[in-house]
Design a protein around this ligand. Structure first.
Ligand code: NDP
Length: 513
């Protein structure tokens, strides 16, 4: 392990203040301490059998791209190539939409709900049975720590299939007095921060409601979606019900604008979300957009501070901060800002950054070089604009895309780090005096995806929740997800809801009985 890493990308040489706390220590009671550290606890890669080359999954078959092109998926923690993946063309996308249309017309669209449910239950069970394989592959391809892919991404992905399997034969109860009809073919585009989980959020409700799917994974993280194709085969899902088509962003647009697509679902950046909005304008396609965020995590002076610190850390350093609903703006009440920052710095010094496959790792690798460069650039902008930076003194691996957990104080509201989505482990601290000021600052953003409130008073939670323009507000917790609970945004964070019954709604046409 070295303190500094790849010279090509400026990382922590830009540090203004680096914590000097020892890793961890046992007190001896006489003022002395024995420093100790965690031994490496790497998860084995053997459970994953990587193919040298992956095809597109169209009509139940593994096929090469029509022009034979491939791209390479890279492990962001080691910069090693993992596998070659077929790079779809517009002709391949057309073939995938046709396969989905045929499967909808001939089989899936007319299948009774209880039959669809059997397939979804089967997929959920297989995901659970193969959970270790999925977790390891996801960590290798995306850079997220194994403890997150193992304990969050994969179990939640399976939970979405369990949950929507339960709805498949009960749509009349989800929409009382109405008849819920499937829309047809859903075109779905997902990002790289939660590759398998976003796939589950999109595919499970679509299939439960009787639609078929063409899904484009992100180019940096196609592998868990392609392993999911294997799960579809194992579950005997009729060919064409799910099609997985990796390829560049433009191919995503050819899915969006394809006349054979009835509904588009997108999760990703606000910029691409706007393009997709234009792409469906003037058609009768359904659209849900889950875009960026700049969430405020508000801590009042009566909050249990130690608990709040855990929530702040989970809010911004979970998944390297590459989370659309990350609590990237900490709003601390002025009277407690000093002890809160002190506790936060203490806690940051215990965060372990490194090998995503090590079970002790808290913060893994940034997903791509491009994302690391974006984080580095925004952090430099924060410093140039006069904010004060703190990073704990942790070693970073020699290779790979890593960034230290970062904390900015003295942040002006107008600063880029307070306004722009950084999508990295970077927290900006702002302060407030009154609840009204907190609401005003929290809402002072073009985004509106999520927020957090920490206080001892239930009435204050209700007061704040009513005033904050965010799709999800967590009270005395952060980054909690559940398949039964709807998730989505306001303003530039998009529209439509995923999860819960709301998530089903986006995949049905309601008719009178
Ligand atoms: P994008 O929005 O570009 O990528 C998300 C998905 O959209 C990927 O599958 C991507 O494919 C696809 N895509 C890209 N261009 C198009 C297009 N023209 N038409 C249709 N689909 C397209 O996000 P980035 O990966 O570029 O990340 C940039 C920033 O976006 C991040 O720094 C972060 O701030 C934000 N972001 C937000 C996410 C969220 O969950 N809200 C998720 C990811 C990023 P491909 O991978 O092939 O380019």
């Amino acid at each position: 392990m070295a303190t500094e890493t790849d010279p090509a990308v400026a990382r922590s040489d830009a540090v203004t203040s680096v914590g000097d706390r020892a890793p961890s220590s046992w007190g001896l009671g006489d003022g002395q301490a024995i420093p100790w550290d965690y031994a490496p606890a790497p998860e084995s890669r053997d459970v994953v059998r990587l193919k040298e080359r992956y095809g597109l999954f169209i009509g139940g078959k593994d096929v090469a791209a029509s022009d034979g092109q491939v791209f390479t998926s890279v492990n962001p923690a080691t910069e090693e190539p993992l596998a070659e993946v077929a790079r779809a063309t517009a002709a391949d996308m057309d073939a995938a939409v046709r396969a989905a249309r045929t499967a909808f017309r001939r089989r899936w669209g007319g299948l009774p709900g209880k039959e669809r449910a059997k397939y979804l239950f089967r997929i959920a069970r297989i995901l659970q049975e193969r959970s270790r394989e999925f977790a390891v592959l996801e960590s290798m391809d995306s850079g997220k720590p194994i403890k997150e892919s193992r304990d969050v991404d994969v179990p939640l992905a399976a939970a979405h299939f369990w949950y929507y399997a339960g709805w498949a034969d009960k749509l009349e109860y989800a929409f009382p007095g109405r008849v819920a009809k499937p829309l047809g073919v859903a075109g779905q585009i997902i990002p790289w921060n939660f590759p398998l989980l976003m796939l589950a959020w999109k595919i499970a409700p679509a299939l439960a409601a009787g639609n078929t799917v063409v899904l484009k994974p992100a180019s940096t993280t196609p592998l868990s979606a392609l392993l999911f194709a294997d799960v579809c085969r194992q579950a005997d899902l009729p060919p064409g019900v799910v099609n997985i088509v990796p390829g560049p962003g433009e191919i995503g647009m050819s899915l969006v604008t394809h006349p054979g697509v009835d509904k588009v679902a997108f999760t990703g950046s606000t910029d691409i979300g706007k393009k997709i909005y234009k792409g469906v304008a003037g058609t009768d396609k359904g659209l849900t957009l889950e875009l960026g965020g700049k969430a405020a995590n508000i801590v009042f002076d009566d909050a249990p501070l130690d608990q709040a610190v855990e929530g702040i850390v989970n809010g911004i350093y979970f998944n390297q901060g590459e989370v659309c609903c990350a609590g990237s703006r900490l709003l601390a009440q002025e009277s407690i800002v000093e002890p809160l920052i002190e506790k936060l710095k203490d806690r940051l010094s215990t965060i372990r950054v490194g090998d995503p496959l090590d079970k002790n790792t808290d913060v893994g690798a940034i997903n791509s070089r491009a994302q690391l460069e974006k984080i580095t650039e925004l952090v430099a902008a924060g410093r140039a604009e006069g904010a004060e930076m703190y990073q704990p003194a942790c070693d970073l691996p020699d290779r790979g895309y890593f960034f230290r957990p970062t904390l900015f104080t003295n942040v002006a509201q107008s600063s880029r780090i307070a306004r722009e989505e950084i999508f990295g482990p970077v927290l900006s601290v702002l302060t407030f005096r009154t609840p009204e000021e907190a609401v005003e600052k929290a809402n002072n953003t073009p985004y509106g995806l999520s927020a957090g409130v920490w206080t001892d008073k239930g009435s204050r939670i209700l007061h704040m929740v009513k005033r904050m323009k965010a799709g999800v507000v967590w009270a005395n917790t952060f980054n909690r997800f559940d398949p039964t609970s709807p998730f989505g945004g306001y303003k530039e964070s998009g529209f439509g809801r995923e999860g819960g019954m709301h998530g089903l709604h986006a995949y049905v046409r309601l008719e009178d009985r």
